[in-house]
Design a protein around this ligand. Structure first.
Ligand code: NAD
Length: 328
């Protein structure tokens, strides 16, 4: 580890660049993860919702057995899905997810979204379940305060199941609230973060509160073009970030790809990234955005940030039939 890691409030180190497991098919996940480790990836970002934890864990275990890495050189992030916010459910899920990975412990366990939904038996929740299962068309919330869920995550730390905890898709008020009762700190906040959705004050707040930010969907619209119409709607009419002049110009100047510039725009500000790719060349390129890779000028960082439109693609207040306006 070293300068390409971020020190978390828990005292553990988190790699600056990782591999995102969303939309990685379960039957290919073990091989994809194994190959990513070979290329040099050390952080894997999973979730119960992605339905490939067991297979991703198999890939990591094979790499450990083959002597490519040791367990403590790998960092596994995974997330609690919205239907399991109730205290007992959250602890049970953490245990079950930890067993699925089969690596002894999880490094970072996150609340996936700060919204509690009605319990659905895990075996009935099938990917791509999104926010509901096939039979449950309507989204039903559950009367569970977030404090209960946070305290369940703290128990998961106490039980030795995870080393650090955090939250994803949370805004300032939620973070301030958790900080009032947290016994174990919020180590990381995982948010949608790209030049069309910069959220500068949230980034600033996280810095002030010593919460490490992980950016997801660093390429902006690209990831959402692959999804069903409701999820694609906001992405289809904006220029791809790879094609924007300032990004292309910076890429030409440093001799890198626009994708690498988009990732470096985050990592250069100590924001971790977790891009996903199944393509061998891109997999390698996406890793070459660490601190020893290349440097954008502060003008480039600023101009790329000035593309901000407050445009959020992963918004359940927009894509769900019954909107959950958690970002309002
Ligand atoms: P991403 O920004 O990683 O984009 C993936 C898309 O970009 C794919 O189409 C891929 O083929 C393409 N791509 C990858 N590398 C490229 C390159 N070098 N050049 C050109 N195209 C390239 O999108 P994502 O999957 O939305 O986000 C990354 C990870 O973040 C996910 O896998 C997941 O782990 C996490 N995530 C978390 C949440 C959450 O709610 N916490 C939500 C979305 C994603």
């Amino acid at each position: 580890m070293g300068r390409d890691t971020i020190m978390l409030a828990s005292g553990h180190q988190m790699p600056l660049v990782g591999f995102g497991l969303w939309k990685v098919p379960a039957d290919k996940a073990a091989d994809i993860v194994y190959n990513a480790i070979k290329v040099g990836y050390r952080l894997f970002d999973g979730a119960y919702d992605y339905q490939n934890e067991k297979e991703a864990g198999q890939g990591i275990r094979r790499a450990i057995e083959d002597g490519l890495v040791k367990r403590d050189e790998i960092f596994v992030t995974t997330k609690l899905w919205n239907n399991y916010h109730q205290k007992d459910h959250a602890v049970q899920m953490a245990k079950a997810q930890n067993e699925a990975w089969g690596l002894g412990y999880i490094d970072l366990y996150l609340i996936h979204f700060p919204v509690a939904l009605k319990y659905i038996e895990p075996e009935k929740l099938r990917y791509p379940a999104w926010w509901t299962d096939a039979e449950h068309k309507a989204i039903e919330t559950a009367p569970i305060p977030l404090q209960d869920t946070w305290q369940a995550l703290e128990e998961v730390v106490d039980l030795g199941i995870t080393k650090s905890i955090g939250i994803s898709n949370a805004q300032a008020q939620t973070l301030y609230d958790i900080q009032r009762y947290a016994r174990h700190p919020i180590s990381s906040l995982q948010i949608e973060h790209h030049p069309y959705l910069v959220q500068p004050e949230l980034v600033e707040l996280a810095r002030e509160e010593n919460i490490a930010i992980t950016a997801y969907s660093s390429f902006g619209p690209q990831s959402f073009l692959e999804l069903p119409p409701a999820f694609r709607a906001r992405a289809k009419d904006v220029p791809l970030l790879f094609d924007v002049d300032i990004v292309r110009e910076a890429a030409a100047r440093v001799g890198k790809t626009p994708a690498q510039v988009l990732l470096r725009w985050a990592t250069q500000r100590d924001i971790a990234v977790i891009p996903k790719s199944n393509d061998a060349t891109r997999l390698r390129q996406n890793l070459e955005v660490r601190n020893d890779s290349f440097t954008l000028t502060s003008d480039e960082i600023k101009s790329i940030g000035a593309l901000d439109k407050g445009l959020r693609f992963n918004d359940p207040g927009f894509y769900l039939d019954k909107p959950l306006r958690i970002f309002a």
